[in-house]
Ligand binder design. Sequence first.
Ligand SMILES: NC(=O)c1ccc[n+]([C@@H]2O[C@H](COP(=O)([O-])OP(=O)(O)OC[C@H]3O[C@@H](n4cnc5c(N)ncnc54)[C@H](O)[C@@H]3O)[C@@H](O)[C@H]2O)c1
Length: 252
Amino acid sequence: MFDLQGHCALVTGAGQGVGAGIATVLARAGASVIVNDLHPDRAEKVAAEINSAGHRAVPSAWDITDFDTTVDRIRLAEKELGAHVDILVNNAGVAEGRWNLPFRDLTPDLWRLPIDLNIYGALNCTKAVIDGMCDNGWGRVVQISSGSARTGQNINVSMYATGKSGIEGFIRHLAAETGQFGVTANVLALGQQSNLADVMPAEIVDRIVATIPIGRLGDAEEVGAACVYLASAEAGGLTGQTIDFNGGSQTR
Ligand SMILES: NC(=O)c1ccc[n+]([C@@H]2O[C@H](COP(=O)([O-])OP(=O)(O)OC[C@H]3O[C@@H](n4cnc5c(N)ncnc54)[C@H](O)[C@@H]3O)[C@@H](O)[C@H]2O)c1
């Protein structure tokens, strides 16, 4: 079950954190993987680790907010792997820059950053692969989102959440338009992940963990395992859904 041999996956923002876990587990399940990241060194490191474990990956560094570059780099990586992307995981979502401010302190140049990445970045990648999926009669799109898309929080993420809400709506419509061609599209809405512990003071992490029913932060490889399921042949009947993957936290 859940065998991805013969499939080709693109994971965006896969040079570290959640995306690295997703790329690693998809490769372990048999997919060949394009490891995208803005930073070449990060993409190369993750792809090298996958290859040295006996699986197949190519690193490909580009900024997914640029449509033309996105199309060019995907076609190049597909040529290198001798396959067409039929599994897309839109994972990149944490934009670089000072966007995490209260809305009243944001200006248009700053508030565009998370929206460009979460909406246009995901649209660019989806546009580049969706015709191939539909023409071949099989495809899987997994969108990584966040519980913040469906709540209100006073933690300076209003524009990030705006991007996540927007792309969640798009995925429902994409699923409705492409289901007839054997393509599914779903959202995994994550709770707080273990990489937060690297960037947040321990006492704040402890306070967050105390609100999570499973009593710990999320694990990138567990998110990868959920992606393997959503990408599998066995998940062909599951589409247009937003699945909370957050250790049991309430998101509304
Ligand atoms: N970490 C969490 O607690 C958490 C919680 C909820 C949702 N998420 C979601 O999970 C996903 C991954 O989060 P993470 O914490 O692993 O992020 P991260 O910042 O640790 O890693 C993301 C990677 O994306 C890359 N990236 C950024 N902009 C890019 C661009 N324009 N083009 C290509 N690559 C780009 C970065 O270089 C980075 O290596 C995001 O969509 C995020 O919103 C994370």
